[in-house]
Design a protein around this ligand. Structure first.
Ligand SMILES: Nc1ncnc2c1ncn2[C@@H]1O[C@H](COP(=O)(O)OP(=O)(O)OP(=O)(O)O)[C@@H](O)[C@H]1O
Ligand SMILES: [Mg+2]
Length: 337
């Protein structure tokens, strides 16, 4: 059974003159022990989705439809006390830019003590001891727990953020852009550490990133999100090697192999305005393969072997489309590398 199942989830933002449909019908299954990558360009709803799972949404956000199930039970329908027993304890999150949002006037240990005393039922002394253990676990000397956020380097900040997410021994960790803005070497160190912790602590990880190379290095499975929906899902290798949705093709083309002298191909255009109703496919204005029905009919999700799926009218012809894409005649806006 899936550990976490997201069913047709819609999270909208109330605006003065209407609603902004940031997450608009997402289906996602997360299995125990899996590391699943969630990719998609800026503004496609990744953080909104995971903030919804953690129920730390902005004040103007609301669940418009769908459900989030943990171990088969609806987290939206369960009692508040039961939900409190799951959030942060069973499912924890490393929020986007988490260390930059930590209070600069308190030493970082205070955040650890706050979580473990308020949510974990530990005494202050126990919490400090545990914080020291967690620091060592993420490779920082325990003497640094009394340092202030600004005293840590970017890579160390991310390690501290990971340690903080581990405070209550969660089963699932949601990491929202944990290595963005780090240089590639530090990125690699942090991801290697996350992989090690996953194995040592038997974690399940949802990893959000813009960066396909991070996914390839870390994840088993991949969900490609576009404009509030999942465009394609499957194992990382299959989706990257053999994408069935034009957006995934574009994404993998956007990360060239420099050693092979490949050119960077950008996906022209931008995500549609989700404050307006979208007719047809949401990728249509940027899709080099669009046909008439793509403008009028929303594509349904087609399931394939090996737990793969894609929401594209032309998915059945994807091998031909891929051939065309590879010939670079369709992703015609080539930027120089
Ligand atoms: N409180 C809010 N009110 C209205 N719109 C919002 C609010 N918060 C986010 N949005 C919008 O919702 C959309 C999705 O935002 P979200 O932060 O989920 O994107 P994202 O995929 O995480 O992007 P990034 O990769 O840049 O972090 C964006 O267009 C954003 O401007
Ligand atoms: Mg985000």
């Amino acid at each position: 059974m899936d550990l976490l199942t997201i069913k047709n989830l819609k999270i909208h933002y109330q605006l003065k003159n209407g609603v902004f449909k940031a997450v608009d019908g997402v289906d996602l299954e997360v299995k125990k022990g899996q590391t699943i990558g969630l990719v998609g360009e800026s503004g496609c709803g990744k953080s909104t989705l995971v903030k919804g799972i953690m129920q730390v949404m902005s004040k103007n956000a609301f669940f418009a439809d769908g459900d989030i199930e943990y171990n088969g039970e609806s987290m939206l329908a369960m009692s508040e006390s039961k939900r409190r027993g799951i959030l942060w304890k069973e499912i924890s999150m490393i929020p986007q830019a988490s260390m930059d949002s930590m209070n600069p006037v308190y030493p970082v240990v205070d955040a650890f003590v706050e979580i473990m005393t308020l949510k974990g039922g530990k005494s202050k002394k126990e919490a400090i001891l545990r914080a020291e253990e967690l620091f060592e676990l993420v490779g920082i000397d325990k003497s640094r727990i009394k340092d202030y956020p600004h005293q840590f380097s970017g890579g160390m900040k991310q390690r501290v953020a990971i340690a903080l997410a581990l405070c209550l021994d969660p089963k699932i960790i949601i990491a929202d852009e944990p290595v963005t803005a780090l240089d590639v070497i530090v990125q690699h160190q942090v991801l290697t550490m996350l992989n090690r912790l996953k194995n040592e602590l038997d974690l399940t990880i949802i990893l959000i990133t813009h960066d396909i190379s991070v996914v390839a290095q870390t994840c088993d499975d991949l969900a490609v999100m576009y404009a509030g929906k999942i465009a394609e899902k499957g194992s990382v290798l299959e989706v990257l090697r053999d994408p069935k949705h034009p957006y995934s093709m574009g994404l993998s083309n956007a990360f060239p192999d420099l050693l092979k002298n490949e050119k960077l191909i950008s996906i022209e255009g931008s995500v549609p305005d989700l404050a307006h109703n979208i007719e047809g496919c949401r990728f249509v204005s940027r899709c080099p393969f669009a046909i008439d029905q793509c403008h009028t009919l929303e594509p349904v999700v087609t399931e394939y072997e090996n737990n793969r799926s894609a929401a594209c009218h032309r998915a059945p012809e994807y091998r031909d489309l891929q051939q065309l894409a590879e010939e670079a005649s369709v992703w015609n806006k080539v930027t120089t590398t």
